[in-house]
Design a binder for this molecule. Sequence first.
Ligand code: AMP
Ligand code: MG
Length: 720
Amino acid sequence: MASSAFSSSSSASSSSSATTPVPFPLPHPRYPAKFTSSLPCDELSALGHGDGEDPAPYSLLSTPRMIRNAVYSYINPENQSRDAFLLSWNREFAEVIGMDKNKLERTQWTEEEYENVVKMLTGGTRTLPQTESSQSDKGPRLAEPWALCYGGHQFGYYAGQLGDGRAISLYETVNPETGMTWELQLKGAGKTPYSRFADGYAVLRSSIREYLCAEAMAALNVPSSRSLAIVSTKTMVIREEGPEPGSIVCRVAPSWVRFGNFEIFFYRKDRTNLRKLAEYVSQEVFQLPKDNPQEMAEFAKTFRNAEIKKPIDAAEIAEAREHQSPSSRAATAAIEGAAEGAPVADPQHNAAKHLYRNRFAKMFEEISRRTAIMVSGWQATGFCHGVMNTDNMSVLGLTIDYGPFAFLDKYDPEWICNHSDSEGRYAFQQQPGICIWNLSRLALTLENLIGAQERVDDLEWMQQQESDPEKEEHLKEAAHHVVVEILNKSFREVFLKDYRERMNAKLGLGGPEQVRNEDLAKILVPALSWMDDYEVDFHQFFRDLADYKVQDVEGVDQNMEQVEFFVKKLLLPAIWQARGSTAVAESKSWLKAYHSRIVESEELKDDQQRRARMNRVNPAFVLRNWVAQKVIERVTESVRKVRGGSEEEDPDKDLLDRVLWMCQHPFGEDGLLKGAADETRVDVGAACEVRRNDVGLEIYGEFVGPVPEWGQGIQCSCSS
Ligand code: AMP
Ligand code: MG
């Protein structure tokens, strides 16, 4: 049955009729895709695309090879549609990309539509649905899926050509209501020219992790790629531990371009394609206008011959560091990202004010700004990515390529979630600094374009500069000033501002307009360092702090009963027993400042309201590694039962849908009950239910609450 979560669809053959419109509920494609029609394609893979020639055979196209002069290769997903079935469908996101409102739910699809969706998501059909603009007597279009060619720095070293080894973009779609472009991509779709030594598949466990976490991040207001669907395939995938069930995620982003897309051309000294890509990203991805020739001429007249002699600016980022314990230093580092690659104050950085910022400088600025917001979201939600290689850095500042990620359990700034990261390069506190390092790698590729300033469109002049090492050095020098300024203003300052605002809200200290810089040193840093010292759970801390009451209490000293209760609840029993009294005493170091900061303001003082506000930004449900682990085990077992033809009633058959729901509604606050038949209880299955209690709403269920002993700080490896 098409509507059942685990229904098996025996796939028909892949040859759909070329003339009958296909019943197909997925959103309509833009044909041809703007990306592929604007950028250079791998020549071998382009055969048969519109030029009347025969396409190269799949076996040849999917053979690993070096691809030059191209941003992408056309490649069809492998047909894995036989016995594939939909494991979960993200109705909420389907609406965001503009799907037909009457087809948002799986239950609204006909059996044929269901089968067509599954086929499209598993490489079983290449036929795109007809749209009004694509209607012709030739019938539906053929999809022209593609894989990206990119390089990247992996763990600090440039690794050469990488590319989409198992991800294939199906098509672009534009939501007619919002005008937003979305690119649908399959992960685990089979081999591409970029698969190198690997198989092109994804295992169920890693697909479940990506499917759920992308949605969890979006709900936590952290920029991320999104998930539309997850499909179970019959493919058995061989990994270190043996054969595992295969799966494909349909993931979606406005663009999948990564820093590594620029790097591959830079290291191959392919300036032509580097420029083509930069033009495309600045215009199509960021909608930056072409530089205005008149403005550039004006600038040249005023500044070109002017000497750059400006006084040295004092270093701008000087945070008060009163507390010098190792853990508070670590907490400060986690915030400021004072790690490898952080920009140093450039003695001439005011020089940048006399340099023309062309569209490529603006593009770099926008990428820096977005990356800062992304990583501030990571630090504020306790998210550790695990593989921040430059091929995993989206130019849109989206969290992408979910692998061995983890949300923190206990607060530990040095936490390494990736088992393979032995040196802790991507440890939690390193993340902001690594972003700067990665942005610097990207900047390197754009130096000539940025450094050329107002002459960037004078191609003859550009060529002269680039063919003379001394002249090229001048371009790089000019670019350097601009880049340092951008990293300081558009990364560091944006990061600190956004992080302060997020943490202010998490602590219940009001909106962005109520941020006070001194709170960082007086409240946040000591609170984090206290959490580190006493192994306090990062997420529970904020939920419990929301229960702290200041009403009718003069100060912390008059509130000790409550403080003790709060600390005891947060500490593991063994730690409470051994060091409970010091933990209580030391909590006062920041609680005093916290308490007085709250009582100063009429708006913050109201305990009920503060609690409600805090609980709207601090999740009650977190997709911790132990939760993901449990979900994976049970879904895998369900899949096994379906594939084994089991007739038994399976209580977990829609577990993935239910956990997806939790990821999308992590706060358990007002609004959840709206529309529910029984206004005190929303049943979303055994894994999770929402009830009204005396202080509001809470999410209850087996996946919320203290981390079980076996589940503390689970690490994952890169193998997926
Ligand atoms: P990741 O760090 O997971 O983003 O992957 C790094 C590189 O390895 C990318 O180029 C991936 O496309 C590629 N890759 C990872 N797993 C596979 C696989 N199973 N088959 C083909 N390529 C893969
Ligand atoms: Mg990757």
